[in-house]
Design a binder for this molecule. Sequence first.
Ligand code: NDP
Length: 288
Amino acid sequence: MTGKLIDGKVIGQEIRDEIKERVTALKEHGCQPGLAVVLVGENQASRTYVRNKQKSSSEVGMKSELIELPVTVSEKELLDHVTRLNNDDSIHGILVQLPLPDHIDENLVISAIDPTKDVDGFHPENVGKMIIGQKAFLSCTPYGIIKLLERTDTEISGKHAVIVGRSNIVGKPMGQLLLQRDATVTYCHSKTKDLASFTKQADILIVAIGKTKFITDEHIKEGAVVIDVGMNRDENGKLCGDVDFESAKTKASAITPVPGGVGPMTITMLLKNTLHSAEQASAEGRCS
Ligand code: NDP
């Protein structure tokens, strides 16, 4: 079997085109969605992510504000910026790019963001609401993966989904979103014994571990749908995933590439969350 490609670039663009239309409609009502991105320090990967997020937000017609702070910024100063953005009616989404320097408490900063502007979906209030099935901002990567599955007509209900990785931003919320859609969910992590015995049971296999080409055909059941979240560099500096694409595609019925799979969806869902926030603010007369 050669797996069908799940093209995140194409699906992401379709969704961004829909977002752009809704942004245009909202602007006609006098409300331009605004996304603020706070970047601390000189981390090159973070700079690239932030640049891409800003470019994508302006492409759909959103306002984007970048707050660049030196690595030496104090926790208090950073929190002051968050408070200012919380109170700014022209900003509907606030994103603090992680990781932050060691002297700053990430949890404190995330908790300081107004949950109604927490478009990354990391605030404990949004995480809690998501788990009990209430309306909330969803963490962008797992939300993007759900959209990939939905838009490729992948059946979720009754399927066995195996998630490799249990981080707060990818693995954990991913399992919850699949559970809500009636999958049977198994979590695996670095202490899991005999990983392949679990991954081979997966109808839907989601891998988010940060280990180059770790998952091969030997981990995959014939016909499984394989979603590779990993963003790693191989020995030649080339971007690659956690899944060995060439061997995995011989078993998978459908598979995401890296790059061009999950990555474009993460940014797209950030824009979708920002749009929702602005639409809500506009409906409540809080958009300037
Ligand atoms: P973390 O480092 O926070 O978590 C990694 C998880 O993988 C942990 O739960 C860890 O287990 C588990 N793990 C590590 N090694 C193994 C192993 N050998 N077998 C089984 N499980 C293992 O990573 P993230 O979730 O933040 O990111 C994962 C990958 O996804 C990275 O490559 C990252 O760059 C990428 N990523 C991509 C995004 C995108 O938009 N495409 C967005 C976010 C992340 P334990 O908990 O036991 O330590």
